[in-house]
Write a protein that binds this ligand. Structure first.
Ligand SMILES: [Zn+2]
Length: 169
């Protein structure tokens, strides 16, 4: 049995956008090799969904697959195996992607002055655009007022720093 952190499993499931992936990975990490049928039986997840999850994991090289033929039916049997050494690399690349997005957002927040009508659901508008709109919200028509984004910048900076530390940058 492999030791894989629960947090790691959750992060992978999040990255794949699939809660059922946690259950599938859980079965994989407790088996040396397992078929999609066995995973479906053990988790109660529909075989089709199990296969979709497995192919997603396969796309990211997180699992290895071996194919054999059933001697009685002639059908293919797919055997799946977790590639634990790939998990860390996958998480690192996910973190790098998030970091790039956060850095771009931080840069955007830092380099713009924002105006806002303070109506929930309306957008904050950069100064240049607000001028063209004569400081009227294009959505609700209320006047646009200066919006202090110091707090957003502070939170983004903290997140960027934290990720940089985790990635050893
Ligand atoms: Zn508005």
């Amino acid at each position: 049995m492999l030791y894989i952190d629960e947090g790691v499993l959750l992060k992978i499931a999040e990255a794949l956008g699939d809660e059922e992936a946690v259950k599938v990975i859980d079965i994989l990490k407790n088996s040396n090799e397992v078929t999609d049928d066995e995973i479906a039986n053990k988790t109660g997840i529909r075989l089709n969904s199990v296969r979709k999850i497995l192919y997603k994991l396969y796309d990211h090289s997180l699992v290895a697959m071996r194919r054999t033929r059933d001697e009685n039916t002639g059908w293919f049997i797919f055997h799946w195996k977790l590639q634990p050494d790939q998990l860390e690399g996958f998480i690192i690349s996910q973190k790098k992607r998030v970091l790039e997005k956060l850095k771009a957002r931080l840069e955007y927040e830092k380099s713009h002055d924002f105006y806002y009508c303070f109506t929930p659901g309306c957008k904050k508008i950069p100064f240049e655009e607000a001028v063209e709109l004569v400081f009227r919200c294009p959505t609700c028509g209320k006047p646009l007022m200066h919006f202090n984004n110091d707090k957003i910048i502070e939170i983004l900076t903290e997140k960027v720093e934290q990720l940089r530390k985790e990635l050893g940058e």
